[in-house]
Design a binder for this molecule. Structure first.
Ligand SMILES: [Zn+2]
Length: 1031
């Protein structure tokens, strides 16, 4: 069967469901009619299409003349730029509004209606606080020369005076912890079975033996699984430990997430899932974040923890040169402030661990040879020992004094790196405390040391086991003590990428590793968000209608919960990072894939109810789905038709192209009112050379050349395929390892503003290779470029010659851009990848990497499980208002068009075909939103919260920061801005907000804010959660 894709333009009304699309014979006639039609077709043809054709013509000419493929993307860029300059960039306004599709098309305003007050936020200059540290400045300052620091190899000699603690003793909090990766060398389930369950079981016994013992736990994914397997008696014992402060839950997320590749939607979701679990089962509210292993740290995570109501956080994996600098300045403890925060509302108290690792040798003080002797799991006769070849000794009456002197010396030296006399020392490592013996070894030996210290006042030390919040409590008391004004802590702004643990070992490869799964993650995210919103709306509608009629709410909620947890699990710092073993990667991939299928089921179930005109006709039959989300929609015979329901998961009215696959080329698309919709049938290519009636090939051969893919071998044969049409035109170029497609949409709307880029990459069969896409422009961007952090904020970057190549790569979660005084070029990405700008005007993005050997970071294997990976992007060129003497600033924001394009790229319209057996039931359009939300407000989620009383939902909104200095003419946007305010009564059209309460991000705390029952009010950049009841 020949497969054909059918792409057509759809105007999605508000959130949901234009019901359209019957498929008929006679497509060719439609297209012919369309182009000849006096009322719209000609204008369409003469307007944007001619520009498009012009571009493609020029492109072909260039290709033919120069025999250089590199021209094709540059040409598109130049063309776009010229058209921006002379004002031809946007669609011919109004040309479709009078066309034959009255219920589909709305004319976007020529100039985006932006409230001028909404432009002030991004126009603000950055002002550094008095005791402020800006990380971009630190990078300028440091030489990154890595001299040998002695026993503290990456630091310096630390000295102290014996009497420094005479007036105020050293307070030591030893914090036992066990780092449990939810998948790395083993799968989540295997780790649980072999290690984690034993750790938690022993914890209950061993903490109960002595009330002075403490423990912290972070990964709720493991904790929840264990909880399901223990009896009530043990659960009560755990609750007592929590109440007595012996066990502290830190962060409380489903996992300890990666902070480079993770999108803020998923970061929030996994935190919410963990916190909801804790609230329901343990009744605790985490106070302190604990992140010892993510490979670099993002201020986004600090912001999210702050919004969730946490007070403190700890980070560990920071570039060794930065650590050394912070240690020398005593800025390892600071208030982490968002770059964009003009005041102090985002300040988060943060502790940065000073040394190389979170294991015992690198946490008691600067000398690992000494500290290792206080890891009593390494006592002689055990399975682990000290690589410095001096083993620990059991503490006895005979040696206690000498051992205390040794340990106290380390404690005192470490303390010299901080401003207060309160010291935190972690005690743990990966999967520690599995056996009862280890608990005894650590806790009994340390208790002897502490007893000695505490009973000798001349030592001026008070040492104890503590949780991390015990420590922060003491720190706050000491630092905020009015008598200690000189101890005030500094304010730090910026991020901690790219991480290096030693020498030139920069951890930038994981920004790209296993890109197939990074893309799969983003697809699951958009499915989850789409399903959550539809399910919440369906549930509210059913409750309103008063008769559920067998709607599968329990089953759907179960599938949603499973998907939340699978997505959450994948945010783990060895999961989305691509740093696990092959079999673990397969386990994650299977979970992601199953959840995508299950979420389609949830969407189909929910949509079924919502679009049915006569709700009395509703019946749920699990074996015969009313709606289908198969890849190919089958039309059984000539003149048959099928209805397709389009779900717009975004919060704005939207004109976008939808792609569906059908089994015949003879198709026409109509609206539900029988008005034809512009559509284009094109071939689906099984491989580069399978012939098609709609496309032709240009064959190039001969000279070797280096294309903008960094393939360091000659490309011997290149296939080029051109598709032209009324809806879109594209050029596909096929190389040995890459199929590269450039696509232009001829639609009036956001999709028509950008060049779409798809790279299908296959480097199987290569050895130790990375494939990159390089965009070359004539922008005078110098050494500056910009990448986003977690899809939430923009971090300005600087390419530095003093750093090695791999250090100049940064994570690109959703976008990267270059700019000069007149133009900005933005690459929007539908997956996380590593990017850099190695030369002025250039932007490179790594597409895939294949490593034949281990990198000595514990994995014990290379990366050889590469898959054919499809990476998607959009390229935007925008005119910038000239600013003279533009100083480098730590602040930058995308344009509104860029924000919305990114939203569309990550959340495409979702087509569902109505089952052929559904008969003649009539369908209705469903538009839950009274109107588009303001352009700058994104509905992050509408997530059902199940409770015994009545189902509620968490409405999570984000007000984006955007730059008005980029041209907002002809953007195709169908929304406005309103200074961050939404009238709640005007939010939904056929549902009412029964109640709305501002709560913390994960619903654990009530919050005070600008919002009320009547009006939601968000500050720029703010993410806020509202507990809502829809009735
Ligand atoms: Zn880890």
């Amino acid at each position: 069967m020949m497969k054909l894709s059918r792409q057509f333009t759809v105007f999605g009304s508000a959130i949901f469901c234009v019901v359209v699309f019957s498929l008929y014979l006679m497509l060719d006639h439609l297209q012919l009619d369309h182009t000849k039609s006096p009322n719209g077709g000609d204008r369409l043809q003469n307007g944007q299409l001619s520009i498009l054709q012009d571009k493609i013509d020029r492109l072909e000419r260039l290709l033919a003349e120069n025999n250089e493929i590199i021209a094709n993307i540059r040409d598109s860029v130049i063309n776009l730029k010229e058209s921006v300059k002379d004002g031809r960039g946007g669609p011919d306004s109004g040309n479709m509004s009078q066309g034959p599709y009255p219920d589909l098309l709305v004319s976007p305003p020529l100039v985006l209606p932006i409230d001028s007050q909404d432009c002030q936020f991004a126009a603000r200059q950055f002002s550094k606080p008095a005791d402020g540290v800006q990380l971009l400045d630190v990078y300028d300052l440091l030489t990154f020369d890595n001299p040998d620091g002695g026993v503290w190899k990456q630091g310096f000699d630390i000295t102290y005076q014996e009497n420094e603690w005479d007036s105020e003793p050293l307070q030591v909090y030893l914090v036992p912890h066990s780092h449990n990766d939810p998948g790395w060398l083993k799968t989540f389930d295997d780790y649980y079975r072999d290690q984690t369950q034993h750790i938690l079981n022993n914890m209950v016994v061993k903490l109960n033996e002595d009330s002075r013992r403490k423990m912290i736990w972070s990964e709720i994914s493991y904790f929840a699984k264990w909880w399901d397997n223990i009896d009530n008696q043990k659960r009560d014992a755990v609750k007592s430990l929590v109440e007595r402060g012996q066990l502290e839950i830190t962060t409380g997320g489903w996992v300890m997430p990666d902070e480079a590749n993770s999108h803020y939607f998923a970061l929030i979701d996994q935190l919410l899932e963990g916190h909801q679990w804790l609230e329901k089962n343990l009744g605790v509210k985490p106070q302190t974040g604990w992140a010892v292993d993510p490979f670099g740290h993002s201020p986004t995570q600090a912001y999210l923890l702050k919004q969730a109501g946490l007070a403190n956080m700890l980070i560990q994996r920071v570039h060794y040169s930065i650590k050394k600098h912070f240690a020398s300045q005593k800025t390892l403890e600071f208030f982490w402030r968002q770059n964009w925060d003009p005041a102090s509302s985002t300040d988060m108290l943060c502790h940065m661990m000073p040394f190389y690792s979170y294991d015992v040798p690198h946490t008691c003080g600067p000398d690992p040879k000494v500290c290792c002797q206080f890891d009593f799991k390494r006592l002689p006769g055990g399975r682990v020992s000290c690589p410095w070849r001096i083993p620990p000794q059991p503490i006895t009456d005979v040696n206690v004094q000498q051992r205390v002197q040794m340990l106290l010396d380390q404690y005192r030296k470490k303390s010299k790196l901080f401003r207060t006399k309160v010291l935190m020392v972690p005690l743990g490592d990966d999967f520690r405390y599995t056996e009862a013996l280890e608990w005894d070894q650590q806790f009994q030996n340390y208790q002897k040391l502490f007893d000695y210290m505490n009973s000798h006042p001349e030592l001026h030390v008070k040492a104890q086991f503590g949780t991390i919040s015990d420590y922060f409590g003491a720190l706050r008391k000491s630092a905020m003590d009015p008598g200690h004004a000189s101890l005030s802590l500094p304010v730090v702004s910026g991020d901690f990428f790219t991480y290096a643990d030693r020498d030139d070992h920069y951890w930038s490869g994981y920004f790209t590793s296993r890109p197939f799964y990074k893309r799969l993650d983003r697809i699951l995210e958009s499915h989850l968000r789409g399903a959550e919103i539809l399910f919440s709306l369906a549930l509210a509608n059913i409750q309103r209608a008063g008769k559920p009629n067998g709607f599968p709410s329990v089953e759907s909620y179960r599938l949603l919960t499973e998907a939340r947890r699978n997505l959450g699990l994948f945010q783990h710092h060895d999961a989305i990072a691509g740093t696990g073993k092959e079999l673990v990667v397969i386990d994650y991939g299977t979970r992601l894939f199953h959840s995508i299928l299950n979420l389609k089921q949830v969407m189909v179930n929910s949509a079924h109810w919502l679009i049915l005109k006569d709700k009395n006709a509703y019946s749920h039959n699990p074996s015969k789905a009313f709606l289908q989300m198969f890849k190919t929609f089958v039309l059984p015979k000539c003149f048959s038709s099928r209805s397709v329901v389009i779900y717009n998961p975004t919060e704005q009215d939207r004109m976008s192209v939808v792609t569906v696959y059908v089994n015949t080329p003879h198709v026409r698309v109509d609206t539900s009112h029988s008005h034809p919709i512009p559509a284009q049938v094109s071939a689906v290519w099984d491989d580069a050379t399978t012939a098609s009636t709609e496309a032709f090939q240009v064959r190039l051969s001969g000279n070797c050349f280096i294309y903008y893919f960094l393939i360091s071998q000659c490309v011997t044969e290149v296939m080029i395929r051109v598709t032209k049409g009324s809806v879109f035109s594209e050029i596909t170029t096929t190389f040995d390892h890459v199929t590269h497609t450039l696509r232009l949409y001829n639609v009036q709307g956001v999709d028509g503003q950008a060049v779409e880029i798809c790279n299908s990459v296959d480097i199987r069969g290569e050895f130790n290779r990375e494939i990159a896409m390089r965009l070359t422009s004539d922008l005078d961007s110098k050494d500056r470029f910009f990448t986003d952090l977690n899809g939430f904020q923009i971090q300005p970057r600087r390419t530095m010659a003093k750093l090695p190549l791999q250090a100049n790569f940064y994570p690109m979660t959703s976008m990267a851009y270059l700019q000069d005084s007149g133009t900005r070029m933005t690459l929007l990405s539908a997956q996380s990848l590593g990017s850099a700008s190695l030369k002025s005007g250039q932007l490179e993005v790594i597409m895939d990497r294949r490593l034949n050997q281990d990198d000595n970071r514990g994995l014990g294997q290379g990366v050889l499980d590469n898959k054919v990976t499809s990476n998607s992007f959009r390229l935007l060129l925008e005119k910038r208002a000239k600013t003279d003497n533009e100083k480098p600033s730590p602040l930058s924001y995308p344009s509104m068009l860029s924000h919305v394009s990114s939203l569309y790229l990550n959340h495409p319209l979702i087509p569902m075909a109505v089952s052929t057996e559904a008969g003649s039931l009539s369908l209705t359009r469903f538009s839950p939103l009274a109107s588009s939300l303001p352009c700058d407000i994104h509905m992050v989620n509408l997530r059902t919260i199940q409770s015994k009383v009545r189902d509620e939902a968490a409405l999570i909104l984000h007000r984006k920061g955007f730059d008005c200095a980029l041209s907002n003419r002809n953007t195709g946007l169908l929304c406005a801005t309103t200074q961050g305010k939404i009238r709640t009564e005007k939010l939904f059209s056929n549902l009412r907000l029964g109640s709305i309460a501002a709560v913390s991000l994960t619903l654990m705390h009530q919050t005070e804010g600008g919002s009320s029952q009547e009006e939601i009010s968000l500050k720029p950049m703010e993410i806020s959660t509202f507990r809502v009841q829809l009735t």
